[in-house]
Design a protein around this ligand. Structure first.
Ligand code: C2E
Ligand code: MG
Ligand code: MG
Length: 403
């Protein structure tokens, strides 16, 4: 007979199942998106029913959350994971990081971190092998989540924000949370990622995570096409049925022992995500042009990337375009200043673009650190921002021989 869980029986059933080890941790391996190597797993609770069938979490976790018993389950799973890891470490296994789900109710638990340290240390498992997964919904719970997470991190555990993108937490809030891993929710991956708007959302999330130095894991990856797209976004780790479903502890131990990643190409252009190819391209551009400026002429703004400073110009790296031009002119030989100001007059450039002009070049003499004026070529290339009507100028600048 199948167990029917109710609010009245769940407590006793949970205690009994724990005592009889009828709740077990399954492990879903996680894979490096580029090399295909396993770099850890997530522990997921499974309840074994009287008849031996497996009860999935959605049938008991909501009730456990309602009665706050979920914390008991989480501590039990942590125990099981630590026991497993200590056996694996003795066996010589590598890359055995395991992430464990911790319900948001732990944020209200006194001495959570002390208890976490006690359990993990008692199995002599290095703390860095345990990752605490906290769902995104906990972030908006009102408790001092930032302090909570920073305490866990200070004791050398990794912290992942789980199910990111499934709920209400804003990007602004995530930037203040001292977690080190962002797990992107599977609801953001639909079909084979062919929907343009969904691709834009995912690209922006990965871009934002990379800039905040958060490691990224995509959950629920089921197809080769999804994997291909996630690689181009620079996603680092993949978890999903495409590689493996959650498996029993002994199956996971076998996988760890025998896993050979598919043959990988050594060619960087094949193995690296597009973001790295873009970096290579940038490196090449910087070899020719030590100063690159991206400007939005329609909005009078700019963003400067200086690889090597060849003028005395010390200027903020972002700001108002018209001020940048005046600043640039001020470092030039007085007789060249007006030519520079006229060539890069913002309205004149916009009008020229609208009349079909796509590039503009000028050579002026600029003062170097040694006080000597040398010719510098400044070329603007004009493009339209594909997602708005803004006119952008890409400025490539380099010292040139005397003309
Ligand atoms: P989660 O932490 O986000 O775990 C990932 C869920 O996605 C797992 O469901 C996993 O089996 C499923 N999944 C992974 N890859 C794929 C895929 O390619 N396609 C699809 N459709 N699903 C995939 P599972 O094991 O049913 O767990 C559901 C949720 O229950 C977990 O979501 C987690 O929030 C909760 N849970 C599981 N074990 C525990 C636990 O020990 N403690 C707590 N607090 N929550 C747990
Ligand atoms: Mg999880
Ligand atoms: Mg998740």
């Amino acid at each position: 007979m199948k167990t029917v869980f109710t609010e009245d029986n769940i407590n006793a059933l949970l205690d009994k199942a724990i005592a009889e080890k009828k709740i077990v941790a399954y492990y879903q391996p996680k894979y490096d998106a580029v090399t295909g190597h396993i770099n850890g797993a997530e522990a997921l609770a499974r309840w074994i029913d009287e008849d031996g069938s497996i009860i999935p979490p959605y049938q008991f976790i909501p009730l456990l959350e309602k009665s706050m018993l979920i914390t008991k389950l989480d501590w039990y799973i942590l125990d099981e994971v630590c026991a497993f890891l200590s056996r694996e470490i003795k066996r010589g296994a590598k890359n055995v990081t395991v992430s464990v789900n911790f319900s948001r109710f732990h944020t209200k638990e006194e001495n959570f971190v002390t208890h976490l340290c006690e359990v993990v240390d008692s199995y002599s498992v290095p703390r860095k092998l345990i990752e605490v997964e906290i769902t995104e919904s906990a972030l908006v719970d009102g408790t001092n989540i930032i302090q909570f997470i920073s305490d866990i991190r200070n004791d050398n555990f990794s912290v992942a924000i789980d199910d990111f993108g499934s709920g209400l937490s804003s990007l602004t809030f995530v930037k203040d949370v001292p977690a080190n891993v962002l797990k992107i929710d599977k609801s953001l991956l639909s079909g084979n990622c062919e929907n343009e708007k969904e691709r834009i959302v995912l690209e922006s999330i990965f871009n934002f995570a990379q800039r905040l130095k958060l490691a990224t894991v995509a959950e629920g990856v089921e197809t080769k096409e999804q994997l291909g797209f996630l690689r181009t976004c620079g996603c680092e780790t993949i978890q999903g049925y495409y590689f493996s479903k959650p498996v029993t502890e002994s199956e996971y131990a076998d996988i760890l022992e025998n896993h050979e990643p598919d043959e990988q190409s050594e060619d960087i252009l094949v193995t690296q995500p597009a973001a790295s190819a873009t970096q290579l391209l940038l490196d090449a551009v910087f070899m020719c042009y030590p100063l690159v400026i991206m400007s939005n002429l329609s909005r009078n703004s700019f963003y400067m990337m200086v690889y090597e400073n060849f003028t005395t110009r010390s200027c903020p790296s972002t700001g108002v375009y018209t001020e940048l031009i005046m600043h640039g002119a001020s470092t030039m030989l007085p007789e060249d200043q007006q030519l520079f100001i006229d060539t890069f007059d913002i309205n004149d450039q916009i009008n020229a673009y609208n009349n079909g002009q796509r590039t503009r070049r000028v050579v002026t003499r600029q003062k170097g650190d040694d006080g000597i004026y040398r010719p510098v070529e400044t070329t603007n290339y004009y493009v339209k921002n594909p997602s708005s009507d803004d006119i952008l100028a890409i400025t490539l600048s380099r010292p040139v021989p005397e003309e």
